[in-house]
Design a protein around this ligand. Structure first.
Ligand SMILES: [Cu+2]
Length: 359
């Protein structure tokens, strides 16, 4: 009998992604209790379960059908939850933005019944989306209330002493990162303590958006962080998502207006897998790699990002209806990185995600 410890994610794929829960031991029972489809697992013995494609689809719906994370994380709100910090001005008249970030250990629910022992910035994964304008002085007060040493390493240009590699911030210690934000674009931040892949994968990452002076054109703006979770700590991800909650935007499509300008700040913070990808159905988008060159983009419907790569996706959907968005690696899509954008005629700006006008 194949036990949970020896199951690879390929084995779980044969089970239609359901088995990811089993990897965390007792949660397979919690999963099975959620519905008849999943309950079959409890009795069948995992190595004997062979499902037809239709059954697999039903199984996935039964398990992942309506996932609102029970840990309080709201994937809808996260899409446009920009943190501008506490704003003041220094003697030179420069805008200063101050942030408090605390590293804390916390269990998060990455798929229904699948709890992951995360390390977090401010109690959630991804951490807060910090937003500023190029040239603003950022002052990030970091304290480590977690159980392991951590840092915050920001991508972008700044003095090496503020790079978040050194000093290592031990549990109970603090460090303040202070630097002018540049260049404009979209940048990841993450812990840089070793072993690096473990610290990043556990959830210590987020997005820093640096707007160009004067901002970008008005648009419905969203943040999508592609991530994965290794629920049995075998060095492979069993669950994939954008913004942590597997399949969430499949059952809760992201609403935009038909023809409305949409801007997605996209970051790949998937560990273990060298690349991740985004593919849009029934439409094309402009892709600005790293967001640093407004005059250079590619018109495409599929992009590939290495670990730490990021960019800006801009689009206007011509036709109403559900537009599928997912990893073009089918395996990632089947394990959670599957979403919809719903183009709605006459969607009011205040309906759902607000249109962003930077001030
Ligand atoms: Cu760390």
């Amino acid at each position: 009998m194949m036990g949970p410890k020896t199951m690879s994610r390929r084995d779980w794929l044969k089970l239609g992604g359901v088995g990811v829960a089993g990897l965390s031991g007792t949660s397979v029972l919690a999963l099975a209790r959620r519905g008849g489809a999943a309950a079959a697992l409890e009795h069948a013995g995992v190595q004997e379960v062979i499902h037809s494609p239709t059954e697999l689809a039903q199984l996935r719906m039964g398990v992942f059908g309506d996932h609102a994370p029970a840990d309080g994380f709201d994937p809808d709100a996260f899409l446009f939850d920009f943190d501008y910090g506490d704003v003041s001005r220094d003697e030179a008249g420069r805008t200063v933005r101050e942030y408090e970030i605390v590293a804390v250990d916390r269990e998060i629910e990455v798929a229904p019944g699948v709890w992951f022992p995360a390390w977090t910035y401010n109690g959630r994964v991804p951490g807060p989306t910090l937003r500023c304008t190029e040239g603003d002085l950022l002052r990030v007060r970091f304290s480590n209330a977690g159980s392991h040493p951590h840092t915050i390493h920001f991508h972008g240009t700044h003095p090496p002493a503020m790079d978040g590699v050194f000093p290592i911030v031990e549990p109970g210690e603090r460090f303040t990162y202070e630097f002018p934000a540049k260049p404009f674009g979209v940048h990841p931040y993450h812990c840089h303590a070793i072993p690096l892949k473990r610290h990043i994968h556990k959830g210590l990452y987020g997005t820093l958006i640096v707007d160009p002076p004067g901002g970008r054109s008005p648009a419905r703006e969203l943040v999508m962080v592609m991530n994965g979770f290794d629920t049995n700590f075998d060095g492979e991800n069993e669950v994939y998502a954008v913004n942590t909650a597997a399949f969430y935007y499949r059952t809760h499509p992201i609403r935009v207006g038909v023809g409305e300008p949409v801007r997605i700040y996209l970051v790949n913070l998937t560990e273990f897998d060298p690349i991740n990808s985004l593919h849009l159905h029934a439409g094309m988008f402009r892709y600005y790699r790293t967001g640093t060159r407004p005059d250079q983009y590619e018109l495409t419907d599929t992009i590939m990002l290495c670990q730490g790569e990021r960019g800006i996706v801009e689009l206007e959907l011509e036709n109403p209806g559900l537009h599928m968005v997912h990893a073009h690696q089918s395996e990632f899509a089947e394990l959670g990185w599957m979403s919809f954008i719903d183009a709605v005629p006459h969607l009011a700006a205040e309906d759902g995600v607000p249109v962003h006008r930077y001030v």
